[in-house]
Design a protein around this ligand. Sequence first.
Ligand code: FPP
Length: 242
Amino acid sequence: MGIFDNKKTAGQDLLLPRHIAIIMDGNGRWAKKRGLPRTAGHAAGAETFRRIATYCRDIGVEYLTVYAFSTENWKRSVQEVSSIMGLLRRYLEEAVDSMTRERVRIKVLGDTSALSPDIQELIRRTEEIGSKIDTKAQANLCVNYGGRDEIVRAVRRWAAEEPGTQLTEDVLSKYLYTAGMPDPDLIIRPSGEIRISNFLLWQSAYSEFYFTDVLWPDFTTGDIDRAIEEFRKRDRRYGGAK
Ligand code: FPP
C-alpha cells in the first residue's frame, strides 16, 4: 500500500477503525481475585469475546482479531491448555451452526496443524461456511499463533513457491495468515500489561495502541467505545509529517 492510500485510510479512521485487534489478557488474575481456578477466568473471557464480537459487528467494525492462544501458551499446565482448547471447540461448534445467521465470518489464524484433529475439522468447516457468507464482519481467532513464527513461515513458503524472485513487503504480506486483510488500526491490551507479546508483529507497524487496567473478563462494550474515542483523537502520520 502506498503512502497516498494510507492517507485515504487515515481520513476514514476519524469515523471507525476498520480492524481492531485485542490481546485478551487478565483471565487468570480475574479468577484468582474470586478464588476460582484459572480455567473459570478463560470461560468468562470466552463470554466476553462473544459479547465484544457481536458489538463490533453491530457498530460496523469489519475485522476483529483476538489472541486466544499463543505459540508459547503450550508451557501452561495440561488442564489449562485443555480448558482453552475446550472453549475453542465449543465456540467453533456453535459457529458452524450460527455463522450464517449471525453474519460474522470466523477464521482461525495460526499453526493449526498442532491442534487436535477434531478442532482442525471444525476449523475446516467454519472456513468452508465462512467462504460462502456475504458479510463485511470477520472475527479472527489467533490460535497457536506467534508473530515471529508467522513471519518465518511466510518467508519459507515464499522461498518454496517463488524461488529466485524479489521479496518485497507486499509479497511477504501475501504469505501471512492475514493475507488480504487490512492491518489493525487499533490494538487493545487490557489488564495493565504494556507489551506486544509476539502478537501481529508485522501487521502492527502503524497500529494505534490502547491500554487499560480492566481485566478481560470485565471488559465491556463501554470499554470498546472508550478505546475508539481515544483512537479518534490520535494523529496517524504513518511516518510522514504534517
Ligand atoms: C491471557 O490471560 C489469556 C489467554 C492465554 C487465553 C485466552 C483464551 C480465551 C479467552 C478463551 C478462548 C476461546 C474463545 C472462544 C475466544 P492470562 O491467562 O495470561 O491471564 P493472567 O495474566 O491474569 O494470568
